[in-house]
Design a protein around this ligand. Structure first.
Ligand SMILES: [Zn+2]
Length: 327
């Protein structure tokens, strides 16, 4: 079925390119759907799958601003999208295009309807997953606290109340194992460790973001500038990906619970003293300052943890904005 999806994708790629080349016609997802109509039976996949592939192709081509995209082949990870009408559930099994597939955790699905479109997808270890959006009610207590969050490199995030969301020792330990596996040319094992690290990280981010939105009414996040990242040698994509992911999680979880999520420009938040609001000469500066974890304000004598101080400033920026709007 994944091969069939690739076939449809490649057909879209080729047809769309021809249309552009010879007619200057940029086919939309709808156009492609018309061209592929009825192919489902032949290919053994659901018709909604073909529709989804077509619209996804058009969307990605538009986003990439290219005349064509990469072909999907043997090395592409399997992907079979569908609309909610393309599948059904019964007795812990999912029914799709005449196939009956057993689910690992069927209890996580809504008992009666309430699900949207989704996909079957394969990970790098060759495991298959069912990803589907489901409707569920979020229970959130009434709270009045507010929190500022400094998204950093060393620990994923520091909160203005002193809590830290760290990506600490576990990963370093796993990374050592990973190096060992790679040196021993144990491909399968290395893939497994990679997946484990990723899963653990995602799990940590989910737990932390849920806790933060459950406990706070207002969530203020500093806007980590790309400049700041580029200055350090730690501009590894993984840190970038983790912070972006964390931001996204906070955002949608906040909106589901009626919380207020806001991003503020974090310029100078590291250097400003959260006690007296001055930018003292003793504050950490530039690239060298990145290694300074703790500093003393020479204006008021306050001792600061670098990240907590930044988080406090981030929260204050939003409070000041709100106060000025009220006035
Ligand atoms: Zn001060």
């Amino acid at each position: 079925m994944a091969n069939a999806v690739n076939y449809v994708w490649n057909y879209c790629n080729e047809t769309s390119l021809y249309a552009i080349r010879y007619n200057n016609d940029w086919l939309s997802g709808f156009d492609l759907q018309k061209l592929t109509k009825g192919a489902g039976k032949e290919l053994g996949i659901n018709s909604t799958t073909i529709q989804e592939v077509c619209s996804e192709y058009a969307l990605r081509r538009k986003k990439a601003r290219k005349r064509k995209l990469r072909w999907r082949g043997r090395k592409s990870l399997g992907w079979i999208p569908f609309k909610s009408t393309g599948i059904s559930f019964k007795d812990g099994m999912v029914h799709y295009a005449g196939h009956e597939l057993k689910l690992f955790q069927p209890e996580r699905l809504p008992a009666k309807g309430g699900y949207g479109s989704g996909e079957f997808c394969e990970d790098s270890r060759g495991r298959w997953y069912l990803c589907i959006s489901v409707e569920y009610e979020v229970k959130a207590p009434e709270v009045y606290a507010s929190v500022g969050i400094d998204l950093g490199l060393r620990s994923t995030a520091t909160l203005s109340n002193g809590q830290k969301v760290s990506n600490g020792r576990y990963y370093r330990m796993m990374e050592r194992k990973l190096v060992k596996a790679q040196q021993g040319k144990k491909k399968r094992q290395a893939k497994g460790i990679h997946a484990k690290i990723k899963n653990k990280r995602m799990d940590d981010l989910h737990k932390a973001s849920t806790r933060i939105v459950q406990e706070n009414k207002v969530i203020v996040v500093g806007n980590l500038s790309a400049k700041k990242l580029a200055k350090t040698k730690m501009a590894k994509s993984i840190y970038d990906a983790a912070t972006t992911m964390f931001r996204t999680m906070l955002k949608y979880k906040a909106s589901a619970r009626g919380r207020w999520y806001v991003e503020v420009d974090e310029a100078n938040t590291t250097r400003t003293c959260s006690g007296c609001r001055a930018i003292p000469a003793s504050a950490p500066k530039g690239v060298k300052g990145l290694s300074i974890r703790e500093w003393v304000c020479c204006e008021c004598g306050a001792i600061h943890d670098r990240d907590i101080n930044a988080a406090l400033n981030i929260l204050r920026i939003e409070c000041d904005t709100l106060a000025s709007e009220v006035r």
